[in-house]
Design a protein around this ligand. Structure first.
Ligand SMILES: Nc1ncnc2c1ncn2[C@@H]1O[C@H](COP(=O)(O)OP(=O)(O)OP(=O)(O)O)[C@@H](O)[C@H]1O
Length: 224
């Protein structure tokens, strides 16, 4: 029987003539938050981009619920598997416009609710994107991803520009997303994330998978 969630089989990726990911085999279960951690440059963001076909592996393959990702239409896949990038690229000049990128038919009540959930508040709905702070743009990126109603959220350091209060709010939102049956893949350096959110963790070092399993048992996360 196929495994629910993502399965990576011998995945390799090269960039600029050098290996970025080498022979990664792993399971990222459905209905769970998987933390992807490891040192800077280990290949975490590159791995995330493979999961919604923003990049394609050079070797091996990735399955989602038993079906090769290469057989999924990339645009349809990205509605189900939404990426919140490390640095959100704004695509319009208004907050409402950004949310509509994710779901054009989004009504004002739902849009206001999304902004509340990420801690921006409904008052942001009438704002221009000009002048938003880094932390506000980061939360708008998360709201934009949630607007599509994704099954899977891919999150690349989603709280790197946030203070402790806003980080706690985003963590609560992610925990609720997973409790409601969603699947999350979270790239983070913060071990607090592992303790609070992750049911499973992968450690990448120099493009290789060096540990996988219960975050509480991983050597990398136990290091001071
Ligand atoms: N398009 C590219 N061309 C050349 N090298 C690349 C490209 N994309 C990624 N790399 C290299 O691949 C390696 C992994 O990058 P990646 O951004 O995936 O790491 P990361 O673990 O997410 O790092 P960080 O924690 O610093 O964000 C790095 O050495 C990076 O320079």
């Amino acid at each position: 029987m196929s495994q629910a969630g993502f399965v990576l089989e011998g995945v390799g990726l090269r960039r600029g003539g050098a290996p970025v990911l080498t022979d990664i085999s792993a399971h990222l279960p459905r209905g769970c938050c998987t933390l992807v951690t490891g040192p800077s440059g280990a290949g975490k963001s590159s791995l995330l981009r493979l999961l919604n076909r923003l990049a394609e592996p050079d070797t091996g393959r990735i399955l989602l619920d038993g079906r090769p990702l290469s057989g999924h239409d990339p645009l349809l896949l990205r509605r189900r598997v939404a990426l919140v990038a490390q640095h959100t690229a704004l695509l319009t000049d208004s907050v409402a416009g950004e949310l509509a990128v994710g779901r054009p038919a989004l009504d004002a009540v739902c849009a206001a609710d999304l902004l509340e959930r990420v801690g921006l508040g409904a008052c942001f709905l009438s704002r221009s994107t000009e002048g938003l702070s880094g932390g506000q743009v980061q939360r708008l990126g998360l709201a934009r991803a949630l607007a599509t109603g994704p099954e899977v959220l891919l999150l690349d350091e989603p709280t790197s520009a946030l203070d402790d209060t806003a980080t706690g709010l985003v963590d609560d939102l992610l925990a609720a997303f997973v409790t409601d049956g969603g699947t999350a893949v979270l790239v983070s350096h913060r071990t607090a994330h592992a303790r609070r959110l992750a049911g499973h963790a992968l450690v990448l070092e120099a493009g290789r998978l060096t540990e996988a399993g219960d975050p509480a048992r991983l050597r990398y996360l136990a290091a001071p």
